[in-house]
Ligand binder design. Structure first.
Ligand SMILES: [Zn+2]
Length: 210
């Protein structure tokens, strides 16, 4: 069983997810955007062992604590897609753009692509490439528990911005309609910001998907 808790971080209230395997207590942080000490405390208080950092895309509010967490804990950084390398290499410029405090640089240990999978203890997350918000954006899906971590692709009642460099609105909508939603209306998703929803609810009610 994959357990999880949402820990909103940064002034943007980015939904960092702490997920863990109930059998092994191995854990992963999905999109640790900031607040390193608080994230480490959340892991410690549950008696978990951090095994990896998983990134949906290269925006600062999703990756900002990675350059501290990875060297401190010795765990690998996995994701996003390699097409987001320019965002991660440009972390210092993002700090200025978003008005954040400076953060250490990092380089992912493994880039992800469509069809890959990553493990958290005995649990497996499938990797789905959903470009448009950023070109290398990936989504993590736990097939058995009908759960997805979608970063800034899809929100409850909204979709990701596409006005950044190499963003493209038509590409984003195509990825949502033809790659993400076909995974199943019953999938609950954790967006990068704001409340959770299901793919089915968004298919019916999201004004950007009409
Ligand atoms: Zn983003």
């Amino acid at each position: 069983m994959l357990n999880r808790v949402t820990l909103p971080v940064t002034p943007f209230a980015q939904n960092c997810s702490l997920v863990w395997c109930s059998d092994t207590k191995q854990a992963a942080l999905i999109d640790p955007g900031g607040e390193t000490e608080r994230l480490l405390a959340a892991i410690a208080e549950r008696g978990l062992t951090l095994a990896s950092i998983l990134l949906t895309h290269g925006h600062l509010d999703h990756v900002g604590a990675t350059g501290e967490l990875s060297p401190q804990t010795g765990v690998p950084v996995i994701g996003p897609g390699v097409d987001d390398a320019f965002w991660i290499e440009g972390l210092a410029q993002q700090v200025q753009m978003f008005g954040f405090d400076p953060v250490p640089a990092f380089t992912p240990d493994r880039w992800l692509k469509q069809g890959d999978s990553v493990t958290v203890g005995n649990e497996t997350l499938d990797v789905v490439h959903c470009p448009g918000h950023t070109p290398g954006h990936v989504v993590f899906v736990h097939e058995a528990q009908r759960l997805a971590f979608v970063g800034d692709v899809l929100f409850n009642g909204g979709v990701g911005r596409s006005d950044f460099p190499r963003g493209d609105h038509a590409t984003l909508i195509d990825a949502i309609l033809n790659t993400l939603l076909p995974l199943g209306d019953d999938i609950t998703f954790v967006p990068g910001h704001g409340p959770e929803s299901t793919f089915g609810h968004e298919r019916l009610h999201n004004p950007y998907l009409r």
